[in-house]
Design a protein around this ligand. Sequence first.
Ligand code: KIV
Length: 266
Amino acid sequence: MRKKITIPDVLQMKPAGRRITVLTSYDFPFTRLIDGGGIDIILVGDSAGVVFAGHDTTLPVTMDEMLYHVKAVRRADPRALVVADMPFMSCQTGIEDACRNCGRMIKEGGAEAVKIEGGSNMAHIIRAVSSIDIPVMAHIGLTPQSVHRMGGYKVQGRKEQAERIREDALAVQNAGAFAVVLEGIPAKLAAEISAELTIPTIGIGAGPACDGQVLVIHDILGLCEKYSPKFVKRYTDLAPLISGAVKQYVDEVRSGDFPTEEHSFS
Ligand code: KIV
């Protein structure tokens, strides 16, 4: 029988030495396919703003847009744990807004956990949201919502910055996060943090020693033509297959080869 993956299941994977698999999803059909592949966690990422909606950054993504995606993912009834990403300004304005907005992801969207970007600066928010029984996945290092502070999407935690990332990791664990995404930091630093924390680390551009890995689904399927960061592995190249199918359809409609009797009613 199909067993739904829960927070306690995720928590016991680190001590059991089982690496945690995470992919993003934003809609019903992809969620069915991704869940069928046996993934542990589906992250409804605010990367939807870039790979789905075509923005240059994740900053314009709204609560309503995220709720739309979370509901579509939930309708696929995945076995994987569903984590909803909190968009920019949904949690930054204070504890009350954060609790209300995270609550909407659970109550209206049907998510089972939320993800909040930020380290020591967001620890008070993570503590408040966790304390009302909403499990929080933290996200530190290269946090895309901090693109303007960072001056671009640059690796974080090199040299003297490393201590700040270490402090962020401990701060989010102490605040009650059940897991933490480590994005865009040196592999050695990620390995040290993963060894020090009791909660699982989920890496993206953080080397092989994290307790789990996350990637954006459009990146691994070759559907994102804009850019492909160094940390992405493209497992297939769907873009030419889709373009080829569309071109064939266009040609066949124009030439009269489609539809035929086979596709017609008598
Ligand atoms: O929005 C997102 O997809 C993310 C992951 C890449 C970690 O935050």
